[in-house]
Design a binder for this molecule. Structure first.
Ligand code: NAP
Length: 379
C-alpha cells in the first residue's frame, strides 16, 4: 500500500480508504450483510488500508455498528476511524455531546481519529455554528474523544472558502473525480484547501459508481483507444496523481472491487500517470461533456437573479444529472436542499439574466426543464 501525507494533521494515510456507505446489503440497504462487509473491510485493512469512513446516517444507522465490529480484534489500533456528526439532527448545544457519545458507544470505541460535521452546505453550517459547535468542540478535542476535526461538503466553491475561513480545520472531505473538476468545491477548492494545509479526503471518486458504467459515447473512446485501460483504474489514479489529495475513499461491496482498487492504489503516485493516460482521460472527459446540454461556464454574469434563482448551480446540477442513469447521483439531494427561491422552478421568465449571458443561453426556456428533471430524480 502507498501512504500519503495528510495536511497539517501529521498523519500518514493509505492512498485508498474504505467508505462504509455502500456496504453489501440485503434487499433493504439498512440490512447490511454483516459477515461479508466485515470480511471486505478486514481484507482491505490486512493489505494496508488504514482509514475507514462511516457516518451516523449510513445504512439507516447500521454502518457505525458494523464498522465497529470490523475494527474489533486488534484492527482499531491499526486503522484510523472517521465518522460524522449528523448536523441536521442538532437542535441545541446539548445535542453535540449526546450525538458524539451515542456514536462512540455504537462504534464500541472511546475515541475517534477523525470527526466530521456531515455534508455541510449553506444553512446547515449556519445553524450548527450559531448553536456553538466551534465552542463545544474544544471539549472533545481536549478530553480525547476526538483527535481531528473536519467537515464534509456539498455546496459551491464560494461557500467552501467561507467555511474554511471560519475555523482552523485540519481536514475536509469533498466530492471530486474526473467529472467534478468544476463542480462543488472542484479543483479550485482542492487547491485552496491544500494551500492552507487542510488535508483532503475524497468521496465519490467514481461518482458513486457511475464511472464504472460509462455511457456509449465514452465506451467508444475507450474502444478506439485500443488499450486495456479500465476507466475505474484511470479515474482513481487521476486523483492520486495530484499532490493535494490525501486519502481517496471508495465504497466497495465485492471482493473483486476491493482487489481491483488495491491494485490501482499500488500503482498510484503523484505524477505517475503517463502522457498517454492523461490524454485518454482528457478524451473521456470531453466525451462526457458532449452529454451536458447547457453551455453554462459559470461566469455568473447572469447573477444576481432578481427572483433569487441560483442559475449557475441549477445548470451545474442539470448537466451533471444528464451524465448518469437516473437515481445514481447526489444531484437530486442537492436540489432538494436548495431553498425554493434558489430552485429553477422559481424562475418567472423575466429574462433579465439572458441579456447578461455571454453564451446566449435561453435561461428562461431551460429552467422548467431543469426543474422537471431534478425534481423527478427525487428533489
Ligand atoms: N460526506 C458525505 O456527504 C458523503 C457522500 C458520499 C460519500 N461519502 C463517503 O465517501 C465514500 C466513497 O464514496 P462512494 O461510495 O460514492 O465512492 P465511489 O467509489 O465513487 O462509488 C462506490 C461505488 O463504485 C462502484 N465501484 C467501486 N469500486 C469499483 C470497481 N473496482 N469496479 C467497478 N465498480 C466499482 C461500486 O458500485 P456498485 O455498487 O454499482 O457496484 C460502489 O458502490 C462513501 O462510501 C462514504 O464513506 C460521504
Amino acid at each position: 500500500m502507498k501512504y500519503r501525507d495528510f495536511g497539517k494533521t501529521g498523519v500518514r494515510v493509505s492512498a485508498l480508504g474504505f467508505g462504509a456507505m455502500r456496504l453489501p446489503h440485503e434487499d433493504s440497504e439498512d440490512e447490511i450483510d454483516r459477515p461479508v462487509a466485515i470480511e471486505l473491510m478486514q481484507y482491505a485493512f490486512d493489505r494496508g488500508v488504514n482509514y475507514v469512513d462511516t457516518a451516523y446516517a449510513y445504512h439507516g444507522g447500521n454502518s457505525e455498528l458494523v464498522v465497529g465490529e470490523a475494527l474489533a480484534n486488534g484492527y482499531r489500533e491499526r486503522v484510523y476511524l472517521a465518522t460524522k456528526m449528523p448536523v441536521w439532527e442538532v437542535e441545541s448545544y446539548t445535542d453535540f455531546d449526546r450525538l458524539l457519545d451515542e456514536q462512540l458507544a455504537k462504534l464500541g470505541v472511546d475515541y475517534l481519529d477523525f470527526y466530521l460535521l456531515h455534508a455541510l452546505r449553506g444553512p446547515r453550517w449556519d445553524k450548527v455554528r450559531d448553536l456553538g459547535v466551534l465552542d463545544w468542540v474544544r471539549r472533545p478535542l481536549s478530553d480525547g474523544r476526538i483527535r481531528h476535526l473536519g467537515f464534509s461538503f456539498h455546496d459551491s466553491y464560494d461557500r467552501f472558502v467561507e467555511i474554511l475561513a471560519e475555523y482552523d480545520w485540519e481536514f475536509c472531505q469533498v466530492q471530486y473525480n474526473i467529472l467534478c473538476e468544476d463542480v462543488q468545491a472542484g479543483t479550485r477548492g482542492v487547491t485552496y484547501a491544500a494551500e492552507n494545509g487542510v488535508a483532503l479526503v475524497i468521496m465519490e471518486p467514481l461518482y458513486g459508481g457511475s464511472l464504472a458504467q460509462p455511457p456509449d459515447v465514452v465506451r467508444a473512446v475507450l474502444e478506439a483507444d485500443g488499450s486495456s485501460h479500465s476507466i475505474v483504474d484511470l479515474a482513481l489514479r487521476w486523483l492520486w496523481d495530484k499532490p493535494e489529495i490525501g486519502v481517496v475513499l471508495s465504497g466497495m461491496n465485492t471482493l473483486e472491487q476491493v482487489q481491483q482498487n488495491l491494485l490501482s492504489a499500488e500503482r498510484s503516485g503523484v505524477g505517475s500517470l503517463s502522457p498517454d493516460e492523461r490524454e485518454l482521460i482528457g478524451r473521456i472527459q470531453d466525451a462526457y461533456r458532449t452529454l451536458s446540454p447547457v453551455p453554462c461556464t459559470k461566469c455568473r454574469y447572469c447573477m444576481p437573479c432578481p427572483n433569487g434563482v441560483d442559475i449557475p448551480r441549477n445548470f451545474e446540477m442539470y448537466n451533471q444529472a444528464m451524465l448518469h442513469e437516473p437515481g445514481r447521483t447526489v444531484n437530486r439531494i442537492n436540489y432538494a436542499h436548495m431553498t425554493e427561491a434558489e430552485r429553477a422552478a422559481a424562475c418567472i421568465a423575466c429574462r433579465e439574466c439572458e441579456e447578461q449571458c455571454p453564451q446566449g443561453i435561453e435561461i428562461s426556456a431551460w429552467m422548467p426543464k431543469v426543474d422537471e428533471l431534478l425534481r423527478e430524480q427525487g428533489g
